[in-house]
Design a protein around this ligand. Sequence first.
Ligand code: PLP
Length: 439
Amino acid sequence: MSHIFPRNSRAALPVIDRGEGVYLFDTTGKRYLDASGGAAVSCLGHSDRAVTEAIKAQLDRVAFAHTGFFTSEPAERLADLLVAHAPEGIARVWLVSGGSEAMEAALKLARQYMLESGQPGRHRVIARRQSYHGNTLGALATGGNMWRRTPFAPLLIETSHIAPCYAYRGRAEGESEAAYGRRVADELETEIERLGPETVMAFVAEPVVGATLGAVPAVPGYFRRIREICDRHGVLLILDEVMCGMGRTGTLFACEADGVAPDITAIAKGLGAGYQPVGAMLCTARIHDTIAAGSGFFQHGHTYMGHPTAAAAALAVVTRLTADGLVDRARVMGDKLDAALRATLGDHPHVGDIRGRGLFRGIELVEDRATRRPFDPGRKLHAQLKAAAFEAGLICYPMGGTLDGRRGDHILLAPPFIIDDSHVSEITEKLQFVLAALR
Ligand code: PLP
């Protein structure tokens, strides 16, 4: 009997043995193509020597030193590299161990900034329906996915949720993309005015929505309008790039493609590429300097923040992404994957939408293409597809509740940036095989 408390007590999982490039092997020798990088984590595949060597070298020097006593060379160099490539205005990096921690830090920093800049009435957060920002209580309260929130609702701080920018479902017939983007962005202004701008602290969004919607970018112009509204009302823009950042969508920071810069952003997943648990919250000089000149102390922190070994891994990962052209490769291979998905699945009677950016792609499944009617949620189609793909040696990330936390199914793909044309073919062939059962 296992003493592990598993995610799912009813699932019998194979035991992982080793990883090689884009493949994982279990202890029976079965091979799986990791077409979702777990959950958009393994952007460099599973055997990147530059990263494993960097970790070993750091372990041989010093594994850990508490950030209350020391800074470290890998943490300093990582922060320099991230800031050199970050959106305009971003100047400081707060290193943590994962995405939820990065989002908690973002929320608490926003609040402390409001206090130290003489705006103590600002504490409210506005986010979007069908978003996911993590499972810790602050991050969970921010997320707009009902299924994840409901059991814990009595523990969650009050948050407002406006519509996501989800053109496949939200754009009205005859409405242009630009008009749709403006309409849903303007919901932010309506909500700020309803709450009273003097009480609103931040607006939080994923530039490309990941787990809950299945790789949905905003329409062009949406985020520029959001930025204008935030600026007009003195509201901080927090972009959650935990899943879509670090090159996943073809630019190191996803928001580059939307033409906006945040006040605070969160990254994780691809930052460590799975080699170490690491995340980061990044903020502008204005926010950092307000606190540095005020209390001088962000009232937050964790034991493992700025962990030297995790920082050494992330430094090697970001170096691979930026100096070795892997972000560009994500863009090129992403276009190829998109074309291959459209060619092989575009006419499938139950494929409603194929979308995404870079190597972050989503396939939304519908019972009826003409009306976009979703499958009966009782069927748990997403779980069946996940199991069938895994059986066929393909790891992908199907989820249910795409429309409203309950109805709808999609498959998320987020393969390593090192995939080549043969892997693209293997992904589409296996998906065709799995989806053939639906015809
Ligand atoms: N934010 C987004 C957009 C995510 O996709 C996730 C995880 O899937 C998180 C935050 C939470 O990250 P973690 O699971 O590392 O705590």
